[in-house]
Design a protein around this ligand. Structure first.
Ligand code: DX5
Ligand code: ZN
Length: 236
């Protein structure tokens, strides 16, 4: 994997809404089969959750795992969500080299948020920050020119299959209002408990990109799962 490979993000950035399937809910022993099915079903992005047992009480995938996926799926957008404490540029670089297309991190996990965003962008990778349910959004006000996307957690990070915390949608609305005021077209992605019953409310709050774990990779028929999500928003 060449470090400077430029992924064409335009398909997603120009789409009105996009879906990011989280492999946390895939059948890990049949991951190649599941990701192939996800792409064939029309998923826009593959969401890759990195957990370190410290920032969150769970442990998942590392750069070697991403590299193997990238090799099998050279044209897929891999959205790497780092739930890693004491995050350094060296760690992030491992994921850049392994083929990440988007990288987001939690501001609580790094000393210099602005510097880390610049570092990611300098490698032609889309950069974002992630807000936990209790993280206030005001700091975004000083980062607009560095943010390609914002990931708003609608559950406490660590596990798939949790129920959405409704209060987090108010924060999505607040962020959308801030973005409009700043005349910034940033992608607002929501992560946690998104399903056909609430995806319309996520859009009404201002989100335009949706991580779907249980509601997509957790479902046997991925085309049907995506159709159900799209059906829930077709009238918006
Ligand atoms: C949770 C992860 C999510 C998770 C979402 O910490 O960040 O990406 O996979 O899964 P669902 O959609 O099942 O809540
Ligand atoms: Zn995630």
């Amino acid at each position: 994997m060449e470090e400077n490979r430029i992924f064409d993000p335009n398909i997603v950035f120009m789409k009105k809404y996009s879906f990011a399937g989280s492999i946390l809910s895939a059948d890990l022993l049949n991951l190649e089969r599941d990701v192939t099915a996800a792409i064939e079903a029309g998923i826009d992005i593959i969401h890759f959750d990195v957990m370190d047992f410290h920032f969150v009480p769970n442990l998942t995938f590392g750069p070697a795992f991403l590299k193997a996926l990238r090799k099998k799926f050279p044209d897929t957008i891999f959205d790497v969500h780092l739930m890693v404490d004491d995050l350094t540029e060296a760690m992030v670089y491992e994921f850049i080299q392994a083929g990440a297309s988007w990288i987001s991190f939690h501001p609580e996990a790094v000393l210099h948020v602005d510097r880390m965003l610049s570092f990611i962008k300098s490698h032609n990778v889309k950069a974002g920050v992630v807000l936990n349910p209790a993280t206030a959004p005001q700091f975004l006000r000083y980062l607009w020119d560095k943010l390609d996307f914002i990931l708003v957690m609608t559950v406490n990070p660590g596990f798939g299959g949790q129920k959405m915390i409704d209060a987090c949608l108010q924060k999505v609305s607040d962020i959308k209002a801030m973005a409009i005021e700043a005349k910034n077209n940033v992608i607002i992605e929501v992560d946690g408990g998104v399903d056909p019953s609430n995806v319309a409310r996520c859009i009404q709050a201002g989100a335009n990109c949706f991580v779907v774990g249980n509601a997509f990779f957790g479902q046997k028929d991925k085309a049907l799962a995506l159709a159900n999500l799209n059906k829930a928003i077709e009238d918006l």
